[in-house]
Design a protein around this ligand. Sequence first.
Ligand code: XUL
Length: 532
Amino acid sequence: MVTESSASFLGLDLSTQQLKAVIVNENLEILHEETVIFETHLPEYRTNGGVRVNKANPHEITAPTIMWIKALDLLMDKLIIASVDFSKIAAISGTAQQHGSVYWQNGAEKTLGNLDSSNFLHTQLATSFSVSDSPTWMDSTTKIECRCFEEAVGGPENLARITGSRAYERFTGPQIARISTHRPETFKNSERISLVSSFLASLFLGRIAPIDYSDASGMNLMDLRTKKWHPQLLKLCGPDIEKKLGDPVPSCSCLGTISPYFVERYGFNEKCKVIACSGDNPSSLIGMGIKDDWLAVSLGTSDTLLIWLSEPKTVLNGHILCNPLDPNAYMAILCFKNGSLAREKIRNRYADKSWDEFNELLESTPRGNFGYLGLHFDVEEILIAASGEFRYNKEGKKLSKFSSSEIEIRAAIEGQFLLRRLFAEEIGFKIGKGTKILATGGASCNKSILQVLSDVFGCPVYTQDNVNSALIGAAKQALIGFNKERGENNRADYLTPKLVCEPYKNSEDMYGPMVQKLVQIVKNIENESKQI
Ligand code: XUL
């Protein structure tokens, strides 16, 4: 019997490269953590970083669905070896890469409900998928379908207003439409279609789990405001699609109790609750504990900004999703491809590959950099259709290079954060007295870089110890869902961010006008790139 004092919560993260589990207590203190890395622990599936790129069509990037299930079998064994007492787990939830899709073969739900607890999941579910390689978020094969989605509702603006995003190739609606037109028989033989998150929940539930509102808003299919599938868009996905998808449910809903398979095989309590799983970005928002006065900035290979919004804005750049913590609120995601790789390139070129030297040079230049600004798009940027290096002086005149390494370094870092601020404000982030930034990801350990972030946004910057916010978010979803089911409120915040730097007093006088200038610069860059 799960008692109040002994209850623990299991969170899973089915991401592109690995499957992770964390077990926490009611204070979100970590009791156990285990990982299965697809490429190294499951080499038989021959993936690179967990995915396969089709040599004949490099836009097609998939992952073997059954590999994810075998990873769960392995992960459960690792948790047994770590002496986890499964009977104490009161609730389970999960997070997964967004947009990817899973196609269940006719009859799969019956198999899922009648699993033999003496055998692995992956052997029993080996023939349960009509599409053996799941399209992932990295896939970009759906240009044609994207056009159809936008045309069906009168253009990209309308699609963004209805679903939160203009059509994106990795979004699940266009992905499903591609399968139904290219492989109509396969589509017909698909009893149900899941997102990767709802697929994960289904394994624990023993039946096909519904999709939660937040992850559903990454499909170009759901009306953000009504939380219902949009009929005209649904039609583009093929016959009987409504039945195949099922109705979306509020995030953190309790879906039911754990399947007998897990009770018999691992000794879970039969009352253990399965809470709706979600996408990694919504789960990160939960894991970081941010509220409406916070901006989360993840400084990784790419830089991602998560923003709490009370109203959905219609923008062509970025994504608006349903907020996983508040059904009346929304969240925005802004993804910038040129993050750490661009910072490292600058370090290698101008600071002799040393972060110490880089920081020294960055700190030796004045804030505002005499008006010199640099934008480095080594790979084509997502929110600006451009690639290349761009340098400007105070008057907005284009230059081919700056006069010193320190000016190059500050220009590049200020350029990155000014650009992030421009798009964050455009999508509805309001910088005010109480606004704060939570920095995560690899570069968040660099205080000199965080100081520039703080100055450019005019907000204090915090960090927190727990790095895998999506995973901790999944465990928190389990806790939230469990408490909701018992009619109890949740404590708002469990994690305690640490203040790292505060903006200098006059920073807004410096950077406010620079953001304004950037509006025209971005327009010029886009026009230039169109002409090439
Ligand atoms: C978000 C997106 C990625 C994936 C990564 O739109 O495509 O962040 O969720 O797992």
